[in-house]
Design a protein around this ligand. Sequence first.
Ligand code: SF4
Length: 360
Amino acid sequence: MHPFPSSPPSSLYHLGFAAIESELRAAEVSAHHAKALWRALYFHDELEPASQFSPPLRRWLESAVGEGKRFFLDVPEVVAESNSSDLLTRKYLLRLRDGHCVETVLMGYDGRYTACVSTQVGCAMGCVFCATGQMGFVRHLRAGEIIAQVLHARRVLRATQPQRCLRNLVLMGMGEPLHNYAAVMQALEVIASVRGINIGPSKISISTVGVVPGILRMAAESRPYRLAVSLHGSTEDERAALVPAGKPWGLGELIEACRTYGRLTGRRIFIEWTLVAGCNDSLETAARLAELLRGIDVHINLIPLNPTSGFGGVPSTAGHAFQRVLRAAGFPCTFRQRRGIDVTAGCGQLQAAKRLAEVK
Ligand code: SF4
């Protein structure tokens, strides 16, 4: 595991296992105490009672961890919470230490629980149907801030469904994960580690709007996570109308990157397609999409449009005909359930609703 860079004061979650070992060594505490600290952080999720630790580790914690000290425990404050009527989707607006807010969602499907976390404050990609995209980019999250969101979701699950485990993670909240590549990969090393939060790599999905260098880097580095690509258009114009940030990487380049990713990793790619009436839901578009993806191992997820106040697009009613064309061409193609729309669960919507309330 790579050590994380740390500049005091810093979240303890920013430190990888090796970095904790070297911090202890530097303080003349045996590095073998790192295991106990790691277990307290990521399995028990608490540093209390201090009596659980050996005296040398306790002394290090007292001297190095706490407000005004070198490290702090990053527990974001819940600013707003919204639950779906069936309580299976719980959405949180969490305040970071610098006052910015991000969204974290816990979703339950068929007894399986998934956390959806943010990777940036705002987003630079500007997808027109997305409330986060309408906010613009503010800053990248650090690795520890991503980890803190997963811990928050697991805390909620432990409190409400103690018999269930958090087994799945999607990086599909606010932000473009591959625009914040280094911090995302650092966080995932802790999240996927059996000694860390222990969510299996195959249960972790990274959703990108099509950042080609990030897709190729994931393939070259053999990152073991699932890749979901938001395509939304079968021609440059169709895609540019919905995903302005797709412009640096043309559609052809993106499809080639998907082909390379599939060839190098042998993994299936999930293609995300938000259906917007009259925009990208025609049978001709479906046929063009099938042609584009020919020869790549993909699963196509069709997503009903989430209404956002800043976009005038209308949800499509032609989804089933669209799906039939893709299935006839041999592609697995399913609809993503639009769970929790009653809790403004589309990414950025809770934050947007809060801003609206603040200016009213
Ligand atoms: S859909 Fe994702 S990539 Fe696009 S603007 Fe929203 S957060 Fe950014």
